[in-house]
Design a protein around this ligand. Structure first.
Ligand code: AHM
Ligand code: MG
Length: 333
């Protein structure tokens, strides 16, 4: 059995020549995950469910557990001497931590929070960069706006039937399961590869009439293909990105959250959700775009920027790009 800490320590040379800085950051993220997992399991009995009565920077109602996870991760990580600063989906501005730190961390502390009250899995998403501003000075927004290809690590924690932590440092995707009695994440999914064919599709089609005409045709084509396919693709969508993504990563499937005529930039956030999931997808052999462009190459302009998001096997993602760029006619039976 290999623990998360052992696994990271063995691979530490991937980043920092044996300073241990990176291992300590991932260890703290793992510790935060264990604590959030503990609180989530007790939430309905301990009165942690429901709204806090505030709205966040995104204009969304903050749940009590959103706030708890946000404060917990920020408190924990801001004490880590290797972290110069933090950005959170729940916070308007970047947060200064330790000027001597070499890294900055971005977090979606509790993603899919509309699912908290109904017992559906939620997640935490993280993304780590090496700072570009001078060590010893306060970090700057530019440290967080380097672009997806500059991530040095990214991953998620899924609070589901078990608590899972999946991450990449550019050397594949590796997954760990929390063993609650030992309080350790154990390696259970080494070198994960996304199946090259889609078995599932995950999207909310309540705005389909507002999507680009090419994308509406793609959906028509998807249903059309299902009529004759030996193994038709099934719809699976719970509205919790980490849970929807995780299923598709292991089983093969498309996740998409497109923009609409009224909101071309979509709903999901480029830095907290888009880049980390895009890198994990690529590292698992899949493809990630904003519909047409590689998502990791989309230039970030502000920390709370939104983006359309398409993640999945290359065959399906390429098909979407084809429908979006060519005027494809779908033959209906
Ligand atoms: P959140 O960051 O406010 O929790 O919202 C993000 C969530 C994602 O987990 C999920 O993919 C999406 O919102 C679902 O949105 P919708 O309810 O519009 O389908
Ligand atoms: Mg989110």
């Amino acid at each position: 059995m290999v623990t998360l800490e052992q696994f990271i320590a063995d691979r530490q040379q991937e980043f920092e020549r044996a300073t241990g800085a990176f291992s300590k950051i991932l260890r703290d993220i793992g510790l935060g995950a264990k604590l959030v997992s503990f609180y989530l399991r007790r939430a309905s009995l301990a009165g942690f469910l429901g709204e806090l009565g505030l709205t966040n920077i995104q204009g969304e109602s903050v749940q009590k557990l959103d706030d708890m996870a946000n404060r917990l991760f920020l408190n924990l990580l801001s004490q880590n001497p290797h972290i110069a600063g933090l950005a959170s989906e729940e916070e308007e501005h970047i947060i200064q931590a330790n000027p001597a730190g070499k890294y900055v961390v971005l977090l979606d502390p509790l993603d899919g929070s509309s699912n908290i009250d109904v017992g559906v899995p939620v997640g935490t998403i993280f993304s780590i960069y090496r700072r570009i501003s001078q060590v010893g000075t306060p970090c700057e927004e530019a440290d967080f706006l380097q672009g997806g290809r500059k991530q040095v690590a990214a991953g998620y924690i899924l609070y589901g039937t078990s608590t899972l932590l999946f991450y990449t440092t550019g050397q594949g995707v590796h997954g760990f399961t929390l063993e609650p009695a030992a309080g350790e994440f154990l390696l259970t999914y080494p070198s994960v590869q996304m199946p090259s064919e889609s078995s599932y599709y995950s999207f909310n089609d309540n705005q389909l009439h507002e999507w680009a005409p090419g994308l509406q045709k793609y959906v028509q084509d998807l249903h059309q293909r299902n009529r004759t396919a030996a193994k038709p693709q099934s719809l699976r969508y719970v509205g919790s990105l980490v849970a929807d993504f995780h299923r598709n990563l292991l089983k093969g499937g498309l996740f998409m959250y497109p923009g609409t005529v009224k909101k071309p930039e979509g709903k999901l956030r480029l830095l907290y959700e888009g880049y980390p999931m895009a890198w994990l997808t690529e590292q698992a052999g899949g493809k990630a775009t904003d519909g047409i462009r590689s998502l990791l190459d989309v230039e970030p302009k502000k920390i709370h920027q939104r983006t359309p998001l398409f993640l999945g096997p290359a065959s399906e993602i390429n098909r979407i790009a084809h429908f979006l760029t060519e005027n494809v006619i779908v033959e209906t039976a």
